[in-house]
Design a protein around this ligand. Structure first.
Ligand code: HEC
Length: 273
């Protein structure tokens, strides 16, 4: 175990994390001023560039079959993008499974455009400083077309209920070499690791504030990060096996989070630290 990983484990394992030192408090305040300045001028969010890039990618004929995604059904009929994200994840009869936005776009890129599934999921997320991948840019565009709407994912189909229940079970179940659950870091008020506050995601009031900001522009890594990417990184922090984009576990976790955030606003692309 490296020192920093050990430190992380100790910090999280401690029942109440150490009280915030005044210097940390000042830094956090300064960062908040910076984030607020970016929020005050929506055009300053670099994530908007990926909204535009995603729109072009959506509309351009691409892939071995050289067709656009305009026949892709995100749940509201082929090509209908507006408002679709606010009602995802949902059950899709053609695939006979529940899908979140990224999984559905992946499905459309494979089944309509003929892209290789294996290639799309091999390295789906960008490294620091690299732009979000094409699939992520398309997801950012799609999410933005629901900005200002409330999360209202359907929960009538048995498979939708199943996905949300599996997501909750994964959220609270401790596993992996550190014996962490998502809940270890995200089920208490006021937790933090170093300077990062850990949102209390199992509490709807807090989930409503943050879940709608994904995909979001992450200032510290200079790119748009999608929700699947965020979860992939949290899985990595837990030293769990790699979370595959579009896997049942990933969709279940998104279903759980979106359910916690039900009634909250979609505000994508958001702005993250
Ligand atoms: C070891 C602690 C740890 C565990 C365990 C963990 N996370 Fe996280 N999570 C973090 C940290 C740290 C951040 C904030 C990172 C940042 O600010 O860049 C975060 C951020 C997030 C966010 C974004 C919150 C926001 O502010 O918008 C989501 C959603 C999330 N985690 C979900 C999960 C889920 C689901 C799991 C379980 C699969 C999980 N996390 C497990 C540490 C953890």
């Amino acid at each position: 175990m490296t020192r920093s990983v050990f430190l992380l484990a100790v910090l999280v394992a401690a029942a109440g994390l150490p009280s915030i030192a005044p210097a940390q408090d000042a830094t956090e305040k300064a960062l908040e001023v910076y984030r607020q300045m970016l929020r005050d001028d929506p055009w300053s969010n670099p994530g908007n560039l990926d909204v535009d890039r995603g729109e072009q990618l959506w509309k351009t004929p691409r892939g071995p079959k050289n067709v656009s995604l305009e026949r892709c059904d995100l749940g509201k009929g082929p090509g209908k993008v507006e408002g679709a994200f606010a009602e995802l994840p949902r059950y899709f009869a053609d695939a006979d499974r529940v899908m979140d936005v990224e999984t559905r776009i992946l499905w459309c890129m494979v089944s309509l455009q003929g892209f290789s599934h294996a290639e799309l999921v091999a390295k789906p997320h960008p490294g620091g400083g690299q732009p979000v991948k094409e699939l992520g840019a398309i997801a950012t565009y799609v999410a933005h077309q629901s900005s200002g709407m409330k999360f209202a994912a359907p929960l009538a189909h048995p498979k939708e209920k199943e996905a949300a229940a599996l997501g909750e079970a994964l959220f609270v179940r401790r596993s992996g070499p550190f014996d962490f659950a998502c809940a270890t870091c995200h089920a208490d008020q006021g937790r933090r690791i170093r300077l990062q506050p850990l949102p209390f995601l199992s509490q709807p009031a807090e989930a409503r504030k943050v879940v709608g900001e994904w995909p979001g522009y992450r200032v510290s890594t200079s790119h748009v990060m999608t929700l699947q990417h965020r979860l992939y990184d949290c899985f990595w922090q837990m030293r769990m096996p790699q979370l595959e984009l579009g896997s049942e576990a990933s969709v279940a976790l998104v279903s759980y989070l979106v359910r916690q955030a039900a009634g909250g606003d979609v505000a994508a692309p958001g702005l993250k630290r």
